[in-house]
Ligand binder design. Sequence first.
Ligand SMILES: [Zn+2]
Length: 239
Amino acid sequence: MCVVLVAGIARADEASDLAAITQAAAGCDPARAHCFGIRLHVATGEAGVTANPAWVATQLAAANHQFLPLDVGFQLVGIDARSSPHVHSRKERDALGKLVGGTVIDVFITDQLDDVDPEGVTVYGVTWRKGDRKFIIVSTKAWERTLAHELGHFFGLPHSTYAVSIMNKTPRDEPPMEQRRFADEEIAQLKLGLRRLLRGKVLVDVTARATSPAQASPRRCSSPRARPRRSSPRARRAG
Ligand SMILES: [Zn+2]
């Protein structure tokens, strides 16, 4: 997997924390019709980077699992330590928006994400808009499926009341957590959202796949001129 490490301002221990997160995170399955990049921004505390590599890997794996019916996968394409350990307010969420850009999904990991309405409550994740850009903030206290839930919002889903759905926030016993997924109706909505994101070039497929050692070289992966992957029949149908 090719991940751009922004190490210019990173301390040595910070760089090794970032590398550990990158190493633990699985890539996007090349069999997917679409693989989209996630640029991760983690926070640092007194003991270094606060996000745990296994926790990040679990969030990504859950997102990849939940988006299987859409034939979409995600993989890290960049990582830095420019998130904040505590995001208090709308203003602080907006400030993170200055760091987002490109045709990937920016995900900020924080340790405490305060609700902004009402105040005094914390939340586990939010999909936030600044100008014409959406980005995601996830707390390290989040559930395993929080990133997948927020990606659902990124692709245009609202909250829902489907019992099976990971977009339903109502506490309930059934179905069990491990069976929860996007409802079939939501998959149909996600397909429309995917088309919109591709048409608007908000997201562009990660073009260089590590299918051979030569393709996996950092030079190849970071090249903006990398040749686009030839579409599969499934990709054409979905796009
Ligand atoms: Zn939500």
